[in-house]
Design a protein around this ligand. Structure first.
Ligand code: ADP
Ligand code: MG
Length: 698
């Protein structure tokens, strides 16, 4: 059957090839269906009419009648504007256009009554309305205006006459051309049970609501559907995987684990560490393949959990592999783990890009023969030449640096996929974790080891540089070390590197009595490592760096983290950086240095940082300030959906609610063979075609 909603948008009355190009480029609207699902972002009540002498700069959107007395083009360059003077016999107001001046000017008719709609503001003491909506008054009656939908449009669209009003007209034309009702996407039993209006009604009401109640009903139905299918997709996939994939069974807690626990543990486990180890043990004994995300704030002791659960695998005759995102981190893990296992009979090896020749051959042979029990490495372990005898458990540290494709390659090394534990200090808010990694189980270490002093975070404006330097000197004189971090982003790399080097010179000049070292991503990794090692060995007191130090490095003696241009960092990045200090027994400080002029959002970010050390609170705040699409890591992780109407933050309750409903449906009918569930299969197939990458996410 031909589906009219799939028709090319250029065939819609009022569109044509030129507008179709713009719609495709700026809004990704290519078909009738896309336009139907391009929802208004707000609605304005157009039943009330103001007189011009009632208008003030504080009012929201208003509408009024008036005739144009005259117009003129004023200003130069960016200030060039068209100004029309409008009167309704109670007063005069200016209408102003900065864009599309020629186009607007051509359409303006003097001494003709218009209905004008827009947001008044004050400029030079006069009320004006910029870029108003205007309709000739003839033929319009107020009562049939009612609620008007507003659509986001780009500047380019406005220039070619595709403003919000015209978008509304196009949707009108679309409904005229469509045969209703449209194919329903939710089964009757579900709609009845959860009070959802039909798809056709919902789409009509979302574009042309008669009242607020219609908007509410339409939004509820559409959000419900959107979130429901995302969850159904994930739950269906997870249930398939659980039913069809076998996992290794690690039935016993053996000698190694027990000996380590009794005699080698350097400190008592925190309650959270114990709980998480139990959760992992239960997974490993279940016969299912484990896929678990371990979230724990920086410094919460994830490495120990990794080591102890790796011992479980070894006790059961399997090999384990711990993967870190950088060589420095991998080496640090090796050192920690080797020293903690000292005296125990477990062969642990390190494999990174710099391990070559004879050593490399030895390790590769040891892996093949099964002699190497725990391998620690970087992505170098993914190379085809690296073969294990029986890899049973993979731990991926600091997941956000690790691509989806790389993770997928690990499974290929086995017929039976190993158990997988992904560890991250970037807390993913619960609702986002549910949508992103809905089929991963999540464990949380929500407790720091005892005795840690929370890092104190302070905000310094540039102008207080001197007292900042005094503070640094004081700390170093007490034997501490200091990080000074500069932003570095690809788009601005050259300037950023210059700023970094200038900062480095300044600090050297400021602290001639101390050693200052520098680390950035453009350096050769051997040089980088040498500088890091010198800092670790306390040969230098100040490290000037970019965010390369963000992940995982442990220098307990460093007690001050100075972040230059803190306004340029995202919240979670600031939090990660802060996590580099506060690892020893001393009071530590994080100093956020910013310029004097800050936007509201930046002020809010800085304030959150100074008020809380809780990574989850920060992640939630980040999500609210930036929106989920922006969240660090989610873009690369292949967020497999694109939300039209629901909002992960605002609709988190609805998300949890529909997740329960989807779970129940899959529990009762895992293969969706029941005829009344047929529509689910159709919709999921459609979704999966659009999102072929989804199955790789875990
Ligand atoms: P992260 O979770 O950031 O990877 P680490 O595993 O590096 O944290 O641990 C941070 C520090 O805390 C390490 O020095 C580690 O030895 C220490 N640590 C871990 N667990 C405990 C514990 N139960 N009690 C005391 N210190 C601990
Ligand atoms: Mg770590």
């Amino acid at each position: 059957m031909f589906d009219i909603t799939q028709r090319d948008i250029k065939y819609l009355v009022g569109v044509g090839p030129a507008r179709a190009d713009i719609l495709a480029r700026d809004l990704n609207i290519k078909t009738f269906h896309d336009l139907l699902y391009y929802f208004p972002y707000k609605y304005i009540d157009r039943s009330k009419l103001y007189t011009i002498n009632e208008l003030s700069g504080e009012m929201a959107y208003v509408q009024f009648k008036g005739e144009i007395l005259g117009y003129e083009v004023l200003g130069e360059g960016r200030n060039r504007r068209l100004v029309a003077h409008v009167s309704d016999h109670t007063g005069i107001v200016d209408l102003v256009w900065f864009q599309g001046i020629k186009y607007v000017q051509k359409g303006l008719k003097l001494h003709t009554p218009y209905l004008i709609f827009g947001k008044p503001s004050i400029f030079n003491g006069r009320v004006n309305v910029s870029h108003p909506d205007m309709d000739k008054l003839e033929g319009l009656t107020l009562s049939n205006l009612g609620l008007q939908a507003f659509y986001n449009t780009s500047e380019k669209m406005k220039r070619s006459g595709l403003n919000s009003t015209v978008m509304g007209k196009l949707v009108r034309n679309l409904f005229d051309q469509l045969k209703e009702p449209l194919g329903e996407t939710l089964p009757d039993f579900l709609r009845g049970k959860y009070n959802l209006i039909s798809l056709t009604d919902a789409l009509r009401m979302i574009h042309f609501p008669k009242n607020n109640e219609e908007i509410r009903q339409a939004q509820y139905r559409l959000k419900f559907e959107e979130l429901f299918y995302i969850q159904l997709n994930i739950i269906r996939y997870a249930s398939d995987r659980h039913r069809k994939t076998q996992g290794f069974v690690f039935p016993h807690v053996g000698e190694l684990f027990n000996t380590f626990y009794k005699d080698y543990l350097p400190f008592p486990l925190t309650g959270a560490q114990k709980r998480v180890i139990k959760e992992i043990r239960a997974d490993m004994g279940s016969g299912k393949q484990m896929n678990r995300l371990l979230q724990g704030d920086v410094g919460s002791g994830k490495t120990l959990v990794a080591l102890m659960t790796a011992l479980l695998a070894v006790d059961n005759g399997y090999q384990a592999c711990i993967m870190a995102p950088t060589e420095i981190l991998a080496e640090q893990h090796l050192n920690t783990i080797k020293s903690q296992l000292r005296g125990l009979d477990v062969r642990v090896e390190l494999l990174t890009g710099s391990v070559r020749n004879k050593k490399r051959t030895e390790i590769i042979e040891g892996l093949k023969s099964g002699d190497v029990k725990i391998l620690i490495g970087t992505h170098a372990v993914l190379e085809d030449t690296v073969q294990f005898q029986n890899l049973g458990f993979v731990i991926i540290d600091e997941q956000h640096r690790f691509g989806v494709a790389q993770r997928a390659r690990l499974w290929v090394k086995n017929v039976t996929p190993p158990h997988v534990l992904v560890m991250t200090a970037t807390p993913i808010p619960r609702t986002l974790a549910m949508t992103l990694y809905g089929d991963l189980d999540v464990s949380v270490i929500d407790e720091l080891p005892p005795g840690r002093k929370p890092v104190q975070t302070l905000h310094f404006y540039e102008s207080r540089r001197k007292s900042l330097y005094d503070g640094i000197r004081q700390q170093i004189n007490q034997g501490r070390q200091v990080y000074v971090v500069y932003p570095l982003i690809k788009e601005n790399e050259k300037l950023d590197l210059q700023a970094l080097e200038k900062g480095f010179e300044q600090i050297r000049a400021q602290f001639p009595e101390f050693q200052v070292c520098m680390v950035h991503g453009k350096m050769k990794s051997a040089d980088k490592d040498a500088e890091m090692k010198a800092f670790l060995a306390k040969e230098s007191q100040i490290m000037v760096a970019t965010t390369v130090i963000e992940v995982g490095v442990n220098v307990p003696n460093a007690s001050v983290m100075v972040i230059q241009n803190a306004e340029r960092f995202g919240l979670s990045q600031l939090h990660q950086l802060r996590g580099r200090v506060g690892r020893g027994a001393d009071q530590s400080y994080c100093i956020l240095v910013t310029g004097n002029k800050l936007s509201e959002v930046t002020k809010k970010r800085i304030q959150i940082m100074t008020e809380t050390n809780d990574g989850f609170e920060i992640a939630e705040a980040d999500l609210k300030l930036r929106g989920p699409g922006d969240l660090e890591g989610t873009q690369q992780s292949g967020m497999a959906f694109d939300l039209h109407i629901a909002n992960i933050v605002k609709d988190s309750q609805l998300l949890e609610y529909v997740r329960g409903i989807a779970q129940q449906i899959i529990d009762e009918d895992p293969d969706l063979v029941n005829p009344e569930n047929a529509v689910f299969n159709r919709q999921l197939a459609k979704m999966r075609k659009e999102q072929a990458i989804w199955s790789e996410i875990s």
